[in-house]
Design a protein around this ligand. Structure first.
Ligand code: TYM
Length: 327
């Protein structure tokens, strides 16, 4: 079985963008692949986090994985911070990453832009992400479009390590969806939908109540026309909503265009709102059941044990190859 690894930051509420770009592929891949899905809490602290909020968001993301349909018996679900090998290999790979490579990362440029003080961890973030992936010798990494550059660096680091110390790491591939790899904001189709946006109207959180979902979609920015047509250059907002509609219902975009032919944006947005509610309502019910069951920590401990075993094995091999004394 091919190995899959991915993760999400508990730095806010998961959004429909996270679901469409990545989470629904986690669910799909678990049946055919050997999967590791983690909550990347060590990455979340690259920007300041309130301890109570971090704890809550971390548990929330883990519960949302399960609510979305990840079966913890089939896939290994765990917290990044519970497997110390991530931080260790992260350090080792940081020493092998060039400043220039990190300076070119667009996520770093976006997140640090205009900030007075930026933590060094935000800069070295991609080396830790490479460690996450390489520790498990993952073949495939399901992510959205915005992680392509980080994945490319991961591949470069794997080649670099293998070149210096002998064949050790597999070279991972991205698993990026055709529709929905980059879900855009509801208020501005030039920005990606983001859980850390200050404007809650710009995203649909997976835990937004149905009425809020309907309202946010009905208020989504559209152009002044009335034709429901996929045209990313000419109609970026409507095209974004069409992509979401297609991803959420598994209907081809052409079919959705035909459904709303000549009807204008009102019925289209209404239909989309209902489709999103239909997807998220059952997920939210399962989420509440999981949070109330008190099973989450047990599941995460079980995941920790499985992940640790694999990660420790890779880390020992890496340390021996680099010349650390084995005692
Ligand atoms: P994060 O937490 O920002 O996002 C989690 C996943 O959701 C995808 N995503 C989107 N996809 C489509 N449209 C959007 N608007 C959108 N916003 C987010 C992201 O591409 C991602 O797949 N660096 C990673 C976390 C990470 C990781 C890893 C991922 C750390 N270690 C190892 C894979 C493997 C991040 O910040 O994701």
């Amino acid at each position: 079985k091919l190995r899959v690894l991915s993760g999400m930051q508990p730095s806010g509420q998961l959004t429909l963008g996270n679901y469409i770009g990545a989470l629904r592929n986690y669910v799909k891949l678990q049946h055919t692949h050997d999967c590791y899905f983690m909550v990347v809490d060590l990455h979340a602290v690259t920007v300041p986090q309130e301890p109570a909020a971090l704890r809550e968001q971390t548990e929330s993301v883990a519960a949302l994985y399960l609510a979305a349909g990840i079966d913890p018996e089939q896939a290994t679900v765990f917290l990044q911070s519970s497997v110390s090998a991530h931080a260790e290999l992260g350090w080792l790979l940081t020493t092998m990453t060039y400043m220039g490579e990190l300076e070119r990362m667009t996520q770093f440029k976006d997140k640090s832009e205009g900030k007075e003080s930026v933590g060094a961890g935000l800069f070295t973030y991609p080396s830790l992400m490479a460690a996450d992936i390489l520790l498990y010798n993952a073949d495939q990494v399901p992510v959205g479009d915005d992680q392509k550059q980080h994945l490319e660096l991961t591949r470069d680091l794997a080649h670099r390590f293998n070149g210096r110390y002998g064949d050790t790491f597999k070279i991972p591939q991205g698993y990026i969806p055709e529709v929905g790899a980059r879900v855009m904001s509801l208020d501005d189709a030039s920005k990606k939908m983001s859980k850390s946006s200050p404007n809650a109207g710009s995203y649909i959180a997976l835990l937004d109540p149905p009425d809020v979902i309907r309202k946010k979609i009905s208020r989504a920015v559209t152009d002044s026309g009335r034709e429901v047509k996929y045209d990313p250059a000419g109609k970026p907002e409507v095209s974004n909503l069409l992509s979401i509609y297609s991803a959420v219902t598994d209907k081809p975009i052409t079919e959705i265009e035909a459904m709303y032919d000549g009807q204008g944006y009102g019925p289209f947005k209404k239909g989309l709102g209902e489709a999103v509610v239909e997807l998220l309502e059952p997920l939210q019910q399962t989420y509440r059941d999981i949070r109330e069951s008190g099973e989450l920590h047990r599941i995460l401990r079980q995941g920790q044990e499985r992940a640790q075993e694999q990660a420790e094995r890779t880390l020992s091999e890496v340390k021996a190859k680099m010349g650390f004394v084995t005692l």
